[in-house]
Design a protein around this ligand. Sequence first.
Ligand code: ZN
Ligand code: FE
Length: 253
Amino acid sequence: MLTVHQFPCLSDNYGFLAHDEATGETTAIDTPDAEKYLSEAQAQGWTITQIWNTHWHPDHAGGNQRIKDVTGCHIVGPKGESEKIPGIDRAVGGGDVVKLGNLEATVIDVPGHTLGHVAYHMPSQSTAFVGDALFALGCGRVFEGDPAMMWDSLSRLKALPGDTTIYCAHEYTQANARFAITIDPDNTALQAYVNEVEEKRAKGEWTVPTILRRERDANPFLRADDTGLQIAMGHAGDPVATFAEIRGRKDRF
Ligand code: ZN
Ligand code: FE
C-alpha cells in the first residue's frame, strides 16, 4: 500500500513523499525545498530512501544534494537531462521500471516543458506523479520542446486509466480554470469544475491531486483532439495546431 504525504513548498509548489508501508521505503517526488522535505519526513516518522525527479528545474531538483547528504538516499532522474540532475544515481526513460519497496512505477517520457521530463506511473496504486507536464485544468509551459512534442506527451498521459490520481507539482488551478472557460465556455464538465475550484480556493483548500477522467473531460489542453474545440480554435482536424493555439493563448492570458 502506498501512502502519499502532500505539503505546500516554496510559493506554489507541492511536495510529495511517497511511502511504502510494507518496507518502510520513502521516495521524495522532486525536491523543491530540502529542509521542508526533511522535516515533513521526520514528522511522519519516515526516512527518505530515494528521490524521483521529474525534470531538472531548480524547484524540482534543487534540494537533491542536501537531502542526499543527510540521508544517503538513491536518486533517480530523467536520462534526457541527467547532467542537470544533482546527485543522480540512476538515469531513466520511457518504459523503465522504478521500485519503491515492492511497488513498481513505470517511467513515461513527457518532454516539452523540458526535453527530458518524465512522469512516474504506479499502475497498481492508480497513481501518477507528473511534475510540470500536466496540471489540473492546465499543462506546463513549453520551454524546451515544441507543441507537437508536448501534445504527444499529453496524449500518453491521457491514455492512462481514467481513475488515475494525478499528482501535479503546482497549485495553478484557479488561474488555469479562469483561462480554460474562455476556450471551452459551453463544456458543462468544465463549468462544474471551475465552480468547484473557485469554492475550494476561496476556502484555501488544495485542488491537487486531480483525477485523470476529470481532466480528460474538462482540461482544454487534453482536448485538442476534440472536433468541436478544433473548429473553435480554427484548426479542424489538427490536434497539434489546436494545442499550439490554446497554449499560445494561455501564455498571453
Ligand atoms: Zn518546471
Ligand atoms: Fe515547477
